[in-house]
Design a protein around this ligand. Structure first.
Ligand code: AP5
Ligand code: MG
Length: 218
């Protein structure tokens, strides 16, 4: 069955971590708007400079940039066995646009719920490799200090992972992204999942929620 999943949640909520695991398990494509935008920053184009400014402040990247990038990646993923969207849509305009441009929308919207006091520690302790593999200094350390278990590449902190920028990202999440839970709730697609507690425990909840389907608390 072709799976079409959206995963929502606050900064540090575990979207990327669980999306990657689902990709391995289900053979679907991971479409992460944050990763697509970080690639654009690396390119150091004019567009990349606009993206960098917004990302490093913790603000949303303007729609004219993000929508085309995310949608073209999604179109390329269209032929695959399915997809998981992580970080997109991020506000009501993006969600409406996704509906307009795609006949096949999400079948389920996993909404991770994590208390704010857990998020800052998760984000400030996060380390990633250039291929986007995700670790945490305390909760998910690599086998060898500073190096990715999978490809051996150097692990670094993201430039937007400072406590100050995280506070703004959280504010933007509350204001712009949480209305999506109601938007998808009206379409019987929302599936809240308790995202606090150990990584494996949360993943098991996500997995059980996917099997059960939307509109049931996980
Ligand atoms: P994006 O990259 O999407 O960042 P985010 O939404 O802030 O989310 P994060 O990636 O920080 O967290 P995550 O939920 O993926 O958590 P993770 O699994 O890594 O976006 C970045 C920026 O790009 C935005 O601020 C914006 O500027 C721009 N942008 C992106 N999309 C956009 C869009 N659609 N429109 C406009 N602008 C856009 O986990 C975090 C850490 O916690 C890891 O270290 C992990 O190991 C650890 N962890 C995870 N789960 C647990 C657990 N249960 N227990 C302990 N540790 C855990
Ligand atoms: Mg992420």
């Amino acid at each position: 069955m072709k799976r079409r999943i959206v995963i929502l949640g606050p900064p540090g909520g575990g979207k990327g971590t669980h999306a990657k695991r689902l990709v391995e398990e289900l053979g679907i494509i991971h479409v992460s708007s944050g990763a697509i935008l970080r690639d654009e920053v690396e390119r150091a184009s004019d567009m990349g400079r606009r993206v960098k400014q917004a990302v490093e402040a913790g603000d949303l990247v303007p729609d004219d940039i993000v929508i085309d990038l995310a949608i073209s990646r999604l179109r390329r993923a269209g032929e695959a066995t399915g997809w998981i969207l992580d970080g997109f849509p991020r506000d009501l305009d993006q969600a409406r646009l996704l509906e307009e441009r795609f006949e096949e929308g999400p079948q389920i919207v996993i909404a991770l719920e994590v208390p704010e006091n857990e998020l800052v520690e998760r984000v400030t302790g996060r380390r990633t490799c250039p291929n986007g593999h995700i670790y945490h200094l305390r909760f998910h350390p690599p086998r060898r200090d500073g190096a990715c278990d999978i490809d051996g590449l150097e692990l670094t902190a993201r430039s937007d992972d400072t406590a100050e920028v995280v506070r703004n990202r959280l504010e933007v999440y509350r204001r712009e992204t949480t209305p999506l839970i109601g938007f998808y709730g009206e379409r019987d697609l929302s599936a809240p999942v308790d995202g606090s507690g150990q990584l494996d425990v949360v993943y098991a909840r996500v997995r059980a929620t996917l099997d059960r389907g939307p509109s049931q608390p996980g």
